[in-house]
Design a protein around this ligand. Sequence first.
Ligand code: ADP
Length: 189
Amino acid sequence: MLLGRQGAGKGTQAARLAEVFGIQHLSTGKIFRDSADARVPAGLAAKEYMDRGELVPDDVVVAVVEERFANPVEVEHGFILDGFPRTLRQAHELDRILGHHALDVVVNLEVPVEVVVERMLARGRDDDTEEVIRRRLDLYEEETLPLIDFYRRRGLLVTVDGLGTEEEVEARLLAAIDSRFDPVPVDAR
Ligand code: ADP
């Protein structure tokens, strides 16, 4: 799982890691954008929240994720979660969907606020206007930041510096992930 502010590079890095490991990249943001582009009613409803910088309601997001995990072909070889969970409630629902011990590692991709704002303004997606960015970042602090402690307490968290080139960040991520897969006693995980 990748945690980190909007604009930290989760999507970019998740795509690279999915390629390296040959596993699924699950981005709830991308799923909603694609279904809005395809004019699927649920996607269009989600887009109204996204364009305002609000979180899509937990029930809607959880239903989308649950549907993906119900299809074993999607995830049997592993998966990278990008943009989910984003609230404690979603994290608890993920436990229910996956069982308690299904995650190998949670990476906190760290990039300072000033830098992510610049990156998002340069990216210029529909929801990347200054006002909407500010709202999304506020919600990150309020709703998503508690997840860092949640997964740290579970012993799953590693923090990775997200500044630098895509290649540099990828190399750090691979090293951090590797460190989690060193043989360790089961009860130390
Ligand atoms: P960013 O991380 O830059 O906001 P995403 O593509 O991950 O980009 O998400 C875009 C938008 O999609 C979010 O602002 C939110 O409205 C919605 N969204 C994505 N994932 C979730 C989620 N897990 N819970 C609630 N809303 C979500």
